[in-house]
Write a protein that binds this ligand. Structure first.
Ligand SMILES: [Zn+2]
Length: 305
C-alpha cells in the first residue's frame, strides 16, 4: 500500500460534491522519510474517506505524488532548511523588477527552461468551446508519452468533464504524459480592464482559495497537481508571487505566446491555448512543427527549472 501512488477519484461516487470529501486540505512544509529511506517534502495535507493523505514532492525531480500519511514519518521544516534542494531553488526564482510605474508584473517566474529542446504548455482557461482535440491528436502523433503541461482552471474542469476525462484516458493509455499545472480556480478576466485590476489582481480575489481549490478539484477528480502555477494572463504582482511561493509552487511563465514569439531558443517554454479560444496559435504550432522550427526534443516541465 505504501509503494503505489494514490488516486483519489471521487467523481463516480454519489452524494456530496467531490471537493467536500477532501477535508482539512491545507498547505504544510514537512520533511518526510519512509521505511525504505526515501526522502520527500510534503506540501499539502488532507483527509479523505480512505484516510489522511500527503501531497509530496521529490525535492530533486519535482515529481509529485499523493501518498498515505501513515507510510511516512514527517517533521516540520523550513524554506531555509531546504534551500539547497532543486525544488526550493525553483520555488524561489528571483522576481524580475516590475516595469517602471507598472502596478503589475507580466510573465514573472520561470520564463525559460534549462537544456535542449522545448516545453509544450497549454492553458485551459474557462471557455465555452470544447477542447481542441485535433491539437491533442497532433501531440500524440509525435510519439508515445509526449510530454505536455496543461494549465487547468477550476472552471474549465467543472464545465468540461467529458474533455477532462478524455485527457485522462489519453494519459492512462500512454499516448500523452500530462503534467497538471494550476491555472487558478476562477481565472477572472474582464476584457479591456487595466491589468493592474484584472486577472488575479481583480479586487476581492482570494488568492489562497484560487490556488488550493483548483488542487482540491484535481485531486477529487483522480489527478495529482504538479508544483507549477501559471497566472491567468501571466499577470501578477509581488504579493501574488509571494502567495505562490508560500504555497511552495513554482510560477510558470513562458517564452511568449506562440503567436508573438521571436525565433525560439533551446529551453523555450511554448504557450498555446487548446481550450478552443486561440485557433490561430494552434495552427501556428502545427505549422512550426511541420517546418521543424520548434526545438526538439519536447520535454516534461519538471525538467525546466
Ligand atoms: Zn488563462
Amino acid at each position: 500500500m505504501c509503494r503505489a501512488p494514490v488516486r483519489v477519484d471521487m467523481a463516480a461516487r454519489p452524494g456530496a460534491s467531490p471537493q467536500s470529501r477532501l477535508r482539512g486540505y491545507s498547505a504544510v512544509l514537512q520533511q518526510c522519510r519512509n521505511l525504505w529511506g526515501d526522502q520527500r517534502l510534503a506540501i499539502r495535507k488532507m483527509n479523505t474517506d480512505a484516510g489522511a493523505l500527503l501531497l509530496t514532492v521529490d525535492p530533486q525531480t519535482l515529481a509529485t505524488r499523493l501518498e498515505p500519511e501513515a507510510c511516512w514519518t514527517c517533521v516540520d521544516t523550513s524554506d531555509d532548511a531546504q534551500a539547497s534542494t532543486r525544488f526550493m531553488r525553483a520555488v524561489h526564482v528571483p522576481d524580475k523588477p516590475a516595469a517602471a510605474r507598472a502596478s503589475f508584473l507580466r510573465n514573472a517566474g520561470l520564463v525559460h527552461g534549462g537544456g535542449e529542446g522545448s516545453y509544450i504548455t497549454g492553458d485551459l482557461c474557462p471557455a465555452i468551446r470544447p477542447l481542441d482535440r485535433a491539437f491533442i491528436d497532433r501531440l500524440e502523433k509525435l510519439g508515445p508519452k509526449t510530454p505536455v503541461a496543461l494549465a487547468i482552471s477550476g472552471l474549465w474542469l467543472t464545465r468540461h468533464a467529458a474533455d477532462f476525462q478524455y485527457l485522462r484516458e489519453r494519459a492512462q493509455i500512454g499516448a500523452l504524459d500530462i503534467t497538471w499545472v494550476n491555472h487558478s480556480f476562477h481565472h477572472p478576466f474582464v476584457p479591456g480592464r487595466d491589468f493592474g485590476r484584472n486577472f488575479l489582481l481583480t479586487p476581492g480575489v482570494d488568492a489562497q482559495a484560487e490556488i488550493l481549490d483548483t488542487e482540491k478539484l484535481l485531486i477529487a477528480r483522480g489527478e495529482t497537481p504538479s508544483v507549477f502555477f501559471r497566472f491567468p494572463g501571466l499577470i501578477s504582482d509581488a504579493a501574488l508571487m509571494d502567495a505562490v511561493r508560500r504555497n511552495h509552487l513554482v510560477s510558470l511563465g513562458a517564452d511568449g505566446w506562440l503567436v508573438f514569439a521571436a525565433p525560439l531558443r533551446p529551453g523555450a517554454i511554448l504557450l498555446v491555448h487548446p481550450n478552443g479560444n486561440e485557433p490561430a496559435g494552434l495552427r501556428l504550432f502545427s505549422k512550426m512543427l511541420d517546418k521543424n522550427l520548434l526545438p526538439r526534443p519536447f520535454r516534461a516541465i519538471n525538467e525546466a527549472p
